[in-house]
Write a protein that binds this ligand. Structure first.
Ligand code: ZN
Length: 293
């Protein structure tokens, strides 16, 4: 993968989409709004909820998935409206209704999510492993081969990364912020899929969702927090392409370049569609959901 070309394309795309100020947001008006642009190359669905699917993942009939926007939920500002997280200050009953809407859309009664900790804990729910936990577990990645269990990652600038092995029907959903990149959690998940389920890295299909783009990923203290080899991915002073970092880590783990899909949507630039911690501070979390059927 030629990262320099990728970066240029991303910078240009994001520049075109960039909003000069935070838009006033209403889920109902957004649905009827004709000037909202939906990034191309993805399969968008606008029904009760607005979400998109990655084309390569969508072609796998054993997999159901959706990256849900903030549109169509019950939560009030600043959590408007499809907030998936209980721990951000939103009204819990509204979050429960939002999660029920997502469950209905995906077609599952079982929605698994984590207390995400920006660490490198990988949770495995396999038919030959521990059963499903009764309480919300702490961790940043989930792997399962159990059909009907929907795995959800919650984000506002971090990456939600879906990894699927269509040969052995094993699914992972990963929360990867910059600390996840520093911990190489993506490489860790590929290793666990190989070790615990016999997956081959070359079979894996990966999709990297909306998150902080190279246009907005400023890290002024990068010398203190990033390993030196991340400097390859600095696109201008203090700005990093974390999408490219994730691709590089996946390639190092043996994933094939043609099996990696990127949404190329920057959350900080698109607060009309997604939540952004950097843009909004107190805000909700959108959900990236995947399930083996
Ligand atoms: Zn941006």
């Amino acid at each position: 993968m030629d990262f320099s070309v990728t970066v240029q394309i991303e910078m240009r795309d994001q520049g075109l989409q960039k909003k000069s100020k935070k838009p006033s947001f209403s889920s109902n008006s957004l649905l009827s709004c004709t000037h909202v642009s939906y990034p191309s190359g993805l399969s968008w669905v606008q029904k009760t909820l607005t979400y998109f699917r990655f084309p390569q993942l969508l072609s796998n009939k054993r997999l159901v998935h959706g990256v849900f926007t903030r549109v169509g939920g019950l939560s009030s500002p600043p959590y408007d409206s499809l907030n998936t997280a209980y721990m951000v200050g939103d009204t819990p009953d509204n979050v429960t209704v939002n999660l029920d809407k997502i469950k209905k859309t995906i077609g599952s009664e079982h929605l698994m999510f984590m207390n995400q900790a920006h660490g490198n804990a990988i949770l495995v729910f396999g038919q030959d492993h521990n059963g499903l936990p009764y309480e919300v577990p702490s961790g940043d990645a989930m792997i399962t081969n159990i059909p009907g269990i929907a795995l959800m990652v919650k984000q506002a600038d971090c990456q939600g990364v879906i990894i699927f092995d269509p040969e052995r029907c094993v699914l992972a959903n990963v929360h990867c912020g910059w600390r996840g990149n520093v911990n190489n959690i993506l490489g860790g998940v590929v290793t666990r899929m190989k070790k615990d389920f016999g997956c081959r890295a070359s079979d894996l299909i990966v999709a990297i969702g909306p998150s902080l783009g190279p246009c907005c990923a400023e890290f002024v203290s990068h010398k203190d927090i990033f390993p030196r080899d991340f400097m390859t991915f600095m696109v201008r002073e203090n700005y990093f392409n974390l999408w490219a970092v994730s691709c590089w880590q996946l390639l190092k783990a043996g994933v094939l370049e043609e099996n990696i899909e990127l949404s190329r949507i920057c959350t900080r630039c698109r607060t009309d569609l997604f939540y952004s911690y950097r843009a909004e501070g107190t805000t909700g979390r959108f959900g990236t959901v995947a399930m083996i059927r």
